[in-house]
Design a protein around this ligand. Structure first.
Ligand code: NAP
Length: 467
């Protein structure tokens, strides 16, 4: 894939970049490694000051970087501005809390004594250079949620961003530099995915985090496994959105629309499979379809646009094939299932609701990465749980109900890294984020996220006398 900015609203190539050669990669690896030796010795107060400064600058840059993101990957401008604001918030969150999250831990005295020690301490030490392989869909947020905790823990970062968001990738390197981070603490590598294996195998790289598709995750995890290096994988999702009869239907419908079409439908935690109790299924279907049909599809720079283009031509083709396969196997399109008539340029696709979806269809098992909803009818809670779990993915899940026994059942049985009740899945710096099954492993955000790339070190002190 060429490293280039191609506007998805027009298909026009705006800027191309040469990939770094071997010499430049080597230079940057050494810079990252050298910077780690110094950065790991800095105090939390020094690290917090740098990250807070980066947050200040990001807030000042909000409008400009939002336009860059929208130009590169097509998300509506307001969503791009909100993403920048969210990143600044997460930076401040980690700047304020990292020291407490990584404070030394003291096991109970009786256990310390039992281990034969006079004193035992658990210390969170940084691991080293962390390689981050990141996707284009939230081109700032995905990076910041790795970089903020990694830098606060004392690691240094190397970013290999998706090839279609090079300007956002370069902006991030510049942002950390302007904030005052010493050279080498955070660098962007303009490289294709073919360069990842060599970088990951380099002895100076300690660990890797990848957010992206399952094939990319598998590839990076196998190389890391071969090298015995730690990884965190945040992969795809096909989150269920269950609606039971006790739900507030108006809110469930309105939220379902946002949950499906946020980021033009290209979010790992977007609700993708809508599992609705038969008592309310038809009412939900009709209202949901109406709302999806009435969304404004168009230029993402226009403030009135709800749904912009898909980020890449290939992304639209994949989505079309998924919908065509479902229709060929008997699904019905309640709306959409086509390119918007009259729009010849750009990779637009109409918001789509499919009913009659069954397990012979690819969409039943695969992720629909665009504004396409699969709607199912179920007879009760057992069927809802079974259908929700009948997926290779397990990122997050949503359940709308006011029934306490159903809430407990979903809390216990949905196979996912999160269950969001009467609302939609969203990430927040304080809440762990990640999945199970083919959605990956490890967690980002919260204390769990910052500890992923720490060496959990046992400091054990023997007694002076024999016991
Ligand atoms: P992608 O094609 O997997 O790309 C993600 C990153 O991996 C890019 O930097 C890409 O580089 C690189 N890459 C691709 N193949 C690789 C390989 N074999 N070895 C090493 N690196 C490789 O995914 P995408 O299309 O950008 O993003 C969409 C996917 O990401 C969806 O499945 C979505 O659900 C998932 N996602 C998950 C989360 C989460 O938190 N769980 C969040 C957002 C997105 P190039 O661009 O150079 O190919």
């Amino acid at each position: 894939m060429p490293i280039a900015t191609v506007n998805p609203a027009t298909g026009e190539t705006l800027k191309t970049f040469d990939a770094f050669g071997a010499e430049e990669i080597e230079r940057r690896l050494q810079l990252a490694s050298d910077a780690f030796l110094r950065h790991r010795m800095t105090s939390f107060a020094e690290r917090s000051a740098l990250l807070d400064r980066a947050a200040d600058l990001l807030e000042q840059d909000q409008r400009a970087i939002a336009r860059t993101m929208t130009t590169e990957m097509g998300k509506p401008l307001a969503a791009a501005r909100a993403e920048a604001a969210k990143c600044a918030k997460a930076m401040r969150w980690y700047a304020a809390r990292a020291e407490a999250l990584l404070a030394d831990e003291y096991p109970p005295e009786a256990d310390v004594k039992d281990s034969g020690a006079a004193r035992a301490i658990v210390r969170y030490r940084p691991m080293g250079v962390v390689l981050a392989v990141m996707p284009w869909n939230f081109p700032l947020w995905q990076v910041v949620r790795f970089a903020a905790p990694a830098l606060m823990a004392g690691n240094t970062g190397l970013l290999k961003h998706a090839s279609n968001v090079p300007q956002t990738a370069l902006y991030l390197e510049d942002l950390f530099r302007r904030a005052g981070y010493p050279e080498g603490c955070f660098q962007t590598l303009l490289v294709g995915s073919d360069a990842v294996e060599g970088i990951l195998r380099d002895r100076r790289v300690a660990a890797a985090t990848l957010t992206g598709s399952e094939p990319a995750g598998r590839s990076v995890a196998s190389v890391a496994g071969d090298e015995v290096k730690k990884t965190v994988l945040e992969l795809g999702g096909s989150d269920p959105y269950i609606v039971m009869p006790s739900a507030d239907l108006d809110r469930a419908v309105a939220t379902a629309v946002t949950a499906r079409v946020q980021n033009n439908g290209q979010s790992c935690i977007a609700a993708k499979r809508f599992i609705v109790h038969t008592d309310i299924h038809d009412a939900f279907r009709d209202r949901f379809t109406d709302a999806m049909r009435n969304l404004t599809v168009g230029d993402p720079m226009d403030e009135s646009t709800d749904v912009g283009p898909l980020a890449t031509e290939k992304g639209r083709e994949d989505l079309e094939q998924l919908v065509d396969d479902a229709l060929a196997h008997g699904a019905t399109a309640q709306c959409g299932a086509r390119r918007p008539p009259g729009r010849d340029r750009g990779w637009f696709y109409e918001p789509t609701v499919l009913t009659g979806v069954g397990d012979a269809m690819r969409i039943h098992r695969e992720e629909a990465f665009g504004p396409v909803a699969a709607l199912y009818r179920v007879g009760g809670v057992d069927e809802a749980v079974a259908l929700a779990n009948d997926s290779p993915f397990g990122l997050s899940s949503n359940a709308w109900t006011r029934d306490e026994s159903e809430i407990e059942r979903f809390s216990q049985d949905l196979e996912a890294g999160g269950v969001f009740f009467n609302g939609m899945t969203a990430s927040h710096p304080a809440l762990p984020f990640g999945g199970v099954k083919r959605s990956g492993y490890g967690r980002e955000l919260s204390g769990h996220g910052i500890r992923e790339f720490c060496n959990v070190t046992t400091l054990w002190h023997g007694t002076d006398k024999e016991t």
